[in-house]
Unconditional design. Structure first.
Length: 228
């Protein structure tokens, strides 16, 4: 599912087939976020995670509905390499440390959705009352190995990443930051990678997964080193 600024969600394809297509086209990693697991108060679809993992030859991060270390362990057993936690961590920050203790920090991603520099939870529906940079710092201190930073303001617009937000968070933490929200072309990706260690792509690829190969070449042509 994909929308603009977390609204007007539309079906963009089968996650198993899209995941396989991205893996075959040269993606470095795949991020699968079960957006209805939190809002619908249900667990992540573990069987679906297994089906996706079976088709991949790249690292796989899964989030949505992760509320405990046991939830995270089930996802790793299903084939995920990392788990992402968002709303549950805001409600009970100790879950980050519990996940890190059980799975290792390298397997724990804290996803942060921010609007105007302020954190929101439950797929952007609830104000969390936290500053994005301060929350990223706390997440790192509690054991997060990566930060997945999504700008709600830029999400789905294809007008470029929120570079101010990305630079602020990436400059405040020492763990890798994945910039998310707003990619429209190779220049946008190159701009984000000035600050973040990775750039997440969604809307511009879901309708044409094969574009990934040419996009990588365009980013490389802009002087950004990417894996061949």
């Amino acid at each position: 599912m994909k929308g603009v600024r977390f609204r007007a969600l539309r079906d963009v394809g089968d996650p198993v087939e899209l995941g396989a297509a991205y893996s075959d086209a040269g993606a470095d990693e795949l991020v699968f976020l079960d957006i209805h697991a939190t809002t619908g108060d249900r667990p992540t679809l573990v069987e679906l995670v297994k089906r996706v993992a079976d088709r991949l030859a790249i690292p796989f991060t899964v989030g949505g509905g992760v509320r405990s270390a046991a939830d995270g362990e089930r996802l790793l057993q299903a084939g995920a390499d990392k788990v992402a936690v968002n709303s549950a961590a805001l409600a009970r920050p100790e879950v980050i440390s519990e996940l890190a203790d059980r799975l290792g920090s390298q397997a724990v991603v804290v996803a942060i959705d921010a609007e105007g520099g302020r954190v929101r939870s439950h797929a952007g529906k609830v104000a969390a009352g936290r500053d994005a940079v301060e929350w990223a710092l706390e997440a790192e201190e509690r054991g997060a190995g990566e930060i997945l930073l999504t700008s709600i303001d830029a999400d789905g617009t294809r007008a470029g990443y929120d570079l101010e937000l990305t630079a602020s968070v990436a400059g405040g933490v020492s763990v890798p930051v994945i910039a998310s929200g707003g990619a429209g072309n190779a220049q946008h990706v190159a701009d984000a990678l000035r600050f973040a260690q990775a750039a997440l792509l969604a809307s511009i690829l879901h309708e044409d997964p094969q574009r990934l190969a040419s996009l990588r070449e365009e980013v490389r042509g802009l002087g950004v080193p990417v894996r061949c």
